[in-house]
Structure formats: C-alpha cells, structure tokens
Ligand binder design. Structure first.
Ligand SMILES: [Zn+2]
Length: 674
C-alpha cells in the first residue's frame, strides 16, 4: 500500500469511528435505482459506510406518472427499493427514498398517458398533470403509501414539488373554474393568464391566483403526501427540496411534510452544477448559501446544502470542489447536505469514485466544523438578507433570493475580505453593503432608515436610487446622473491613484454635504503620471447621519470588477473603508494577493474562526491572515482534529505555515493569548 492510500485508509478508520456518535453534519446520500442490481448497489452503500460512516442511503425513484397504467412503473420501482432494503438487512446502512420526481421536473414526453387533467402554464403550454385531478391525486396517494409500506428511514421529495415547470401553473380548466367561482369572474383561460400576468401583488386577481398556487402545493401535494405516509406509519420522517421560485412558502412546506415531532428538513436551492470558472460562480453561490442560513436562523428548520454533482462526474464538478461546497455550507450553519453522486453503480459501472475518496479522507472534518460554528457570531461585510419578498411576481419575477448583494458576490469575495449576510438591520456591530438599485427597491423607507441607523457601505447604483427616493440625507451624498470628465480616482488617505477607466464610467456626479469626509476624489490629470491633479468631484465619502448611523458612499460599483478591481490599491481601499466603519473590530482579511473567499466567525471566548477558499489556480504556499499580535493559530485537519500552525509576523499579517491548493478550503482558529 502506498503512503497516500495508507493515509486515506487511516483517515477512513478514524471517521468511521467518529460517525458512530451523533453526526453534527448529516449527509443524505442519494443512490441511483438500478433494477436487477440492488444487491450490488447495497454492497456499494455498505462500502461507503465502512469508508465514510455514511449510514443513510436514499434510493432514487423517479416517480412522476409515465405511461399507462402509470402504476406499473411505481410497482416496478418500489419492488426494486424493496429488494434494496432486503439486501441491506443486517447492515448498518439505513435505506431511505428520494422521490426524485412526483409532479415531474419537465413537460411530458411519453406517448400513452393517463386521462388525467394536465397543467397549463403561464404561457399556455400543456405541461404536467394537475394535482387537483382526482386520478392523479389517487396516484400520489398510491406512490407514498407503497413507499411507506416498505419502511424507509426517511422520505425526501425533490424540487419538482413546486407550482412551476418552469412557468407558473396552473391554468387548467379546473383551476380556471375554481378561480372564477372565488372571484365571481368569468375569465376564459387566456383571459385569466393575461389577468394574472398583468396584475400586481395586492390586487384581487393576483392574490386569488397566488393563494390557489399555495393551496395546491400545501394541501393537494405536500399535505396529501404526509397524509398518505401517516396512514401507514406516522413516525416516518420526511423533508422537501425547495426550488428557486417559491421561497416565500418554503418553510411552510418543510413543516407540512414533517412527521409529528420531527425537526423539519429543507434542502436549499444552492446547487452549482456543471461548474467551470470557480472565481466567477462560487462566490455568488456562497452568498446565496449565506442568505438561506440567515433566513432560517432560529427557525428550528434543519437546512441542507444542495451539493449535487449533477451530472455526477468529474466533467461536471471536481471532488475537491464538491467537498469545498459541503465545508462552506457547514461553516454557514447548515445541518448537512443532500449529496447526489454515484457511489453506487450506474449502468456501466461506478463513476467518479473520487467523491467517495474525498469523503473517506475528510468526513470527520465536516462534523467538527459544524460543531465549531455553533454558538459563534458571523462577522464580515454583510449582504442585507431580505425575509420578505416585495417585488416578487409569480409570472414576471419569480426568482428572488434572500440576498442579492452583487458587491459581495463579485468583489469582496475575491479580495479575501470576510463576507456574511444579516437581517439585523441597524445592528451597529455589522457593516452592511448596499450595492444595487434593486436592493434599495426591496426595502421600505422605514427599513432603510433602520439600516442607516447602523453602518452601511453604499455603492454607486444604490446611492443613485436613494437620491431618486429623496433619501440622500441618509448618506450625505446626492448622486445624480451626469457625464463627468476625469482621469482617475485618487485615494486621499493613502495618496495613491486607483485604476479607473472614465470612458466606461463617468456618468454620475456626487455632491457631498458640508462636513462630510472625502476619502477619495475623482480627479483630472493632463496625462498619466502627472503630479497636477484637479479635483472633479468626491468619489468616496464618509458621513455620520442624523440617525447616528455611519456610512461610506462610493462611486465604485460592481460592474467595474473586470478591469478596475484587480489592483492592490483597490483591495487596500476596500479594506480601509470597511475598517473606517467597523472601528476597532478589524476583520481578519486574507493578505494573499489573489482570489480568496473568506468568512469569519467570532466565539464568546474571543477566538475567531476563519474559513477560506482559494479560488485562484495559483496554490497558496503560506496563508497571510490579518490578525492582532499575540494570537495563536490552529487549523482543522482532515480527521476533524485541530492542529497547531506555525506562524511569523509581517506587519499587520500573521504569515501562517499553511498552504491552500486550488479550490480547496482551509479553516483557521485564531485564539488570543490569555
Ligand atoms: Zn390545474
């Protein structure tokens, strides 16, 4: 056995022992159905358990109605699950079920179908079967009754459980009739589609249709599923996977499908499929993750990461980035993940065993990480987390996440400045980033005033939107669209020029209140390198407003990142602006001059936890962490133990003897000397 394999075997043994205890981070591991090969699939799951400690195997059954009679497929698939259960008897692996489809993810493609009413979507397309059809309702009952009778340890539905496919539903005859009877209208189908599309939240046509959508999901689908399971065994736990469209009802559905007394389980829509350029996509995905975590904080719901590897091979996603996604969710406060990778067989044999290898090597680290973040407070530049959905429209704007924050997704996550999300507007221990007009539009005047009673870093588009709403008193800056002639942005604090291309962006003029502090100016120079500088307008302004809040408002905006962000001066300016707002509590930023995503948490004993991902193909040899002198540093090893890290000082940075490979994460604990 070579040394690498010996190391993996040793780590696997340790994690398997650790998994005997309660898991702090649980994997809901999906196994493909393979009819006629159930014993082999079961053997793969046992091997998986022995190597990683994963004891929950969700047999994937794609059970939306297909063919006629539709129950024929159900009988065959459930029989396969029963064979899988039998093959696992006497082992430590607990068979469970992922109902990978019940309504169906896509429009129907089969030729011979049941005579049930079909859904009609917002564009008039005939798509799936309508859950209000009694025949389809009886089919749903049958599916979940048969599954429940097989004694699964858990039942998870997938994200086809939504009133979308992928347009809003349902405008079938039954739904049109129901709508007309409730509203006293006599709309045809096409008139109803036009009425819903053309109406706004709060208007009767819109509200009536939205209520029907919600009732369909809560009662005709999720409530019906729970009832069918309860009729067989009310103790069988169940959870849902939520889709991108219906966040407003996500927690209600998770509670509805849970067994009595069970902690509701909700897999969030945080998947990153077919990834290519990690620096472009991972940060935005991470911010979405933080939004879910913040939204569900304190709700009592167990939230799961969507760490799927679809289509389950290394072309889609590397094993190390799969693991990094899991670690990111554990650091964000998730309870676990639905993992969808092939550790069973998939027709031509096992695919991508690397996913199993990485878990065998580092499974215990996920539990340790989930334990470590409990009771800690997340700090960092915070994206506002919106717990309501104003502006959400079931037809025209049905993708609205809990956070938007393009500046966090695109800028600070590359600069190694800790990011987070918060719904505690006005909390003076948090520095918020307000970076888009759309975020301003999602908030009422009262919410904005609350936000601005705390600390806010305001970026150009948000500043313009606030000015248009006559709220520039909050920022001390009037931001008006106007073409300006200037050469560069001059950092007044550091006395350096920051890269800027005026041709791309000289379209807004700031006018600052008297007494506001100018941290940078737009300046005109006769030529590059000239010492002659004529101030054109303020570019970054610090202001303490009448509410007692502090803000830094800047011309900088998120669309500039490609050419203008990649400079040491800009990274330094970002950090300086945040330091100015956060006062003495300086964030633990990463000093390596390449793309690094960082998040930070603070524990009640004064120790800090830092999670970082190297998003740059240049491996980091020594991690540079901005930390006060006198701290000692540890890192989380693959087996979940903390290991001391040697360090030396370089100015404000601790230079840690800690390498980070491309797309891998590192967790650092920084503890102050007693
Ligand atoms: Zn319908």
């Amino acid at each position: 056995m070579n040394s690498a394999r010996a190391k993996i075997a040793m780590c696997a043994a340790l994690t398997a022992i650790a998994a005997g205890a309660a898991q702090d981070y649980r994997l809901y591991n999906v196994v493909p159905m393979y009819s006629g090969h159930e014993a082999e699939q079961a053997a793969k799951c046992v091997e998986m358990y022995e190597r990683t400690g994963e004891d929950l195997a969700l047999y994937s059954l794609t059970l939306h109605p297909e063919g006629k009679p539709a129950r024929e497929k159900v009988d065959r698939y459930v029989a396969s699950f029963r064979a899988f259960v039998k093959a696992l008897e006497g082992t430590k692996v607990r068979p469970a079920v992922l109902v990978q489809a019940i309504l169906g993810h896509w429009p129907r493609t089969d030729k011979d179908i049941e005579p049930w009413e079909r859904t009609i979507d917002q564009d008039g397309r005939t798509v799936r079967f309508c859950p209000l059809d009694p025949g389809f309702g009886a089919y749903i009952d049958y599916v979940f009754t048969e599954i429940a009778k097989s004694g699964p340890a858990f039942i998870l539905t997938d994200d086809d459980v939504r009133a979308y496919s992928h347009g809003a539903e349902c405008f079938c005859d039954t739904h049109v009739k129901l709508f007309n009877s409730r509203r006293g209208t006599s709309y045809t189908r096409d008139q109803l589609r036009a009425a819903v599309r053309g109406s706004k939240p709060g208007e009767p046509d819109y509200d009536t249709f939205l209520a029907m959508q919600r009732e369909m999901m809560e009662n005709a689908v999720v409530g019906r599923i729970r009832k069918a399971i309860d009729a067989v065994d009310p103790s069988i736990p169940a959870g849902i996977c939520i889709a991108g469209e219906e966040h407003y009802m996500a927690s209600a559905l998770a509670r509805r499908i849970a067994a009595k007394g069970q902690t509701p389980v909700m897999r969030c829509s945080t998947g990153l499929y077919g990834e290519t350029m990690c620096a472009n996509y991972f940060p935005g995905n991470y911010m979405r993750m933080r939004g879910f975590a913040e939204y569900c904080r304190g709700s009592g719901i167990e939230i799961l990461d969507e760490a799927d590897t679809c289509p389950q091979n290394l072309w889609s996603k590397s094993a190390r980035s799969f693991y990094t996604h899991l670690a990111a969710s554990a650091f964000s406060g998730f309870s676990g993940a639905k993992t969808w990778y092939v550790n069973g067989l998939r027709r031509i044999g096992p695919v991508a065993p690397e996913y199993t290898e990485v878990l065998a090597d580092r499974r215990g680290r996920l539990d340790a990480l989930a334990r470590a973040v409990k009771g800690t407070r997340s700090v960092g530049l915070a994206a506002p987390c919106f717990v309501t959905h104003p502006g959400w429209h079931l037809v025209s704007n049905h993708h609205q996440f809990f956070v938007e924050s393009p500046i966090c997704s695109l800028s600070t996550t590359r600069f190694g400045i800790p990011v987070t999300a918060s719904r505690e507007f006005g909390d003076k221990s948090v520095v918020f980033a307000l970076s888009s007009a759309s975020e301003v539009a999602r908030m009422t005047d009262a919410e904005l005033e609350k936000l601005f009673s705390g600390k806010v870093f305001v970026f150009r588009d948000a500043a313009v939107a606030l000015t248009k709403r006559s709220l520039s008193r909050l920022t001390g800056v009037k931001a008006v669209e106007k073409k300006l002639l200037f050469s560069t942005e001059w950092d007044n604090v550091r006395g350096v020029s920051m890269a800027y291309t005026p041709a791309m962006d000289g379209s807004v003029e700031f006018t600052a209140e008297a007494g506001a502090e100018r941290l940078s100016n737009l300046v005109w120079q006769p030529y590059s390198g000239s010492t002659e500088r004529e101030v054109v307008a303020p570019a970054t302004v610090y202001w303490r407003n009448a509410l007692g809040g502090e803000c830094v408002t800047t011309m900088y905006h998120y669309r500039m990142y490609k050419l203008h962000e990649c400079s040491v001066a800009r990274k330094t300016w970002f950090t300086d602006c945040i330091d100015k707002l956060s006062g003495g509590d300086r964030l633990m930023t990463c000093g390596n001059l390449q793309d690094v995503l960082v998040s930070e948490r603070v524990a009640s004993d004064g120790s800090h936890l830092v999670f970082a991902v190297n998003l740059n193909s240049e491996p980091i040899k020594r991690f540079r962490l901005r930390a006060p002198e006198g701290f000692r540093f540890e890192t989380l090893s693959c087996n979940g133990n903390w290991r001391h890290v040697l360090s030396c000082r370089d100015g404000e940075y601790a230079v840690l003897d800690l390498p980070v490979a491309f797309y891998e994460d590192v967790v650092i604990k920084a503890t102050p000397a007693k």
